[in-house]
Design a protein around this ligand. Structure first.
Ligand code: AHR
Length: 330
């Protein structure tokens, strides 16, 4: 009897040992298998970003908008790209983004003014707004989360410094400005005006539309109007207008007497710089998509970001343009 009992006890001990032993060494897997408390990972929603862009305006704009879209998609965001060349259409796009409850809005304002109402709506809806390249007037920083872009003031200052240094005894010239409704033209003009020396005379200026065709026509007219004034420079506020000016200067046989300065730093402009058609090209770096994606991701993760992020740019002369051209991305 006793023997039988000890066999039973031994068997029970062995069975219990196997059970506990298994659970002990498989503690992690058992615990995992047995506990119903393991939560299924929460599916992370893909952020939907509304991009109120400008669309085909210049090669700079094309490079900028492509870079932004690519970077946001690579950062795992879905982008609704709505290019509009008219202010009213851009406002309508932002309005739709708000109604669609997007995660964030990117905006490059075609026109600086007239944004208070729409941006107040976005703020009320709790949708962060990021201004890309262009800004709003009045610049109410409570109406957007961050603005990102190169500095127009820095660029305008570089242009004026170059003309000051090139003509220490003074000179006469022209300025081809971007559309006065844009923050870009206003900021470049303000920096130029604040930096240019008193002995540099801008005998006239023309409000362009960023295109070379308009700049060609305007420059032809101004060269004729001031043909007796020994014009020595033209400051064109972007590359394309500079190319229109260069064609008019060449047609008038004045390429050796008029120095042209432009802003943007596109491949075509660097080629014209190397060919001697331009005297200086100031970069206004459009490739800030990665930076934009990083700022949007941080804000969507509940983190704070700086209200202004300035993208660095450089100044090109014929020498460093030749070095830069082979690897130029835009
Ligand atoms: O806002 C930036 C300006 O817009 C660029 O200098 C011009 O080329 C673009 O169209």
């Amino acid at each position: 009897m006793k023997k039988k009992l000890s066999v039973i006890v031994t068997a029970i001990v062995v069975v219990l040992g196997v059970l506990f032993g298994a659970s002990a060494c498989g503690q992690v897997s058992e615990t995992k298998k047995d506990t119903g408390s393991q939560t299924t990972p929460k599916v992370k929603e893909t952020p939907l970003v509304g991009y109120a862009a400008i669309g085909p305006e210049t090669s700079w704009r094309t490079a900028n908008e492509r870079d932004v879209q690519t970077a946001l998609k690579e950062a795992g965001m879905e982008v609704v790209y709505m290019p509009n060349g008219e202010h009213s259409d851009q406002v309508a796009s932002v309005d739709k983004f708000i109604r669609d409850k997007v995660s964030a809005i990117l905006l490059s304002p075609v026109q600086a003014s007239g944004w208070e109402g729409e941006l107040k709506k976005a703020k009320k809806a709790g949708i962060p707004v990021f201004l890309l390249d262009r800004t709003i007037e009045p610049d109410d920083t409570s109406l957007y989360t961050a603005k990102i872009g190169p500095s127009n003031s820095w660029a305008g200052k570089q242009a004026a410094n170059f003309i000051n240094k090139t003509f220490p005894k003074g000179a006469k010239g022209l300025v081809l400005e971007g559309p006065s409704t844009t923050s870009t033209a206003a900021q470049r003009t303000a920096a130029w005006d604040a930096t240019i020396h008193d002995n540099i005379a801008v005998v006239d200026s023309a409000e362009g539309d960023w295109t070379s065709a308009t700049a060609l026509k305007q420059t032809k007219e101004l060269l004729e109007k001031f043909k007796d004034d020994n014009l020595a420079f033209i400051f064109a506020q972007n590359d394309e207008m500079g190319m229109g000016a260069a064609e008019a200067v060449e047609d008038a046989g004045l390429s050796d007497s008029i120095k042209i300065v432009t802003i943007d730093g596109t491949k075509a402009a660097l080629k014209d710089l190397i060919a001697g058609k331009f005297a200086l090209v100031i970069e206004y770096n459009p490739l800030f998509g990665e930076k934009t994606a990083s700022l949007v991701s941080r804000v969507l993760a509940g983190k704070k970001v700086a209200s202004t992020t300035t993208i660095t740019s450089k100044v090109f002369t014929a020498d460093n343009a030749a070095e830069a051209l082979p690897t130029r991305k835009y």
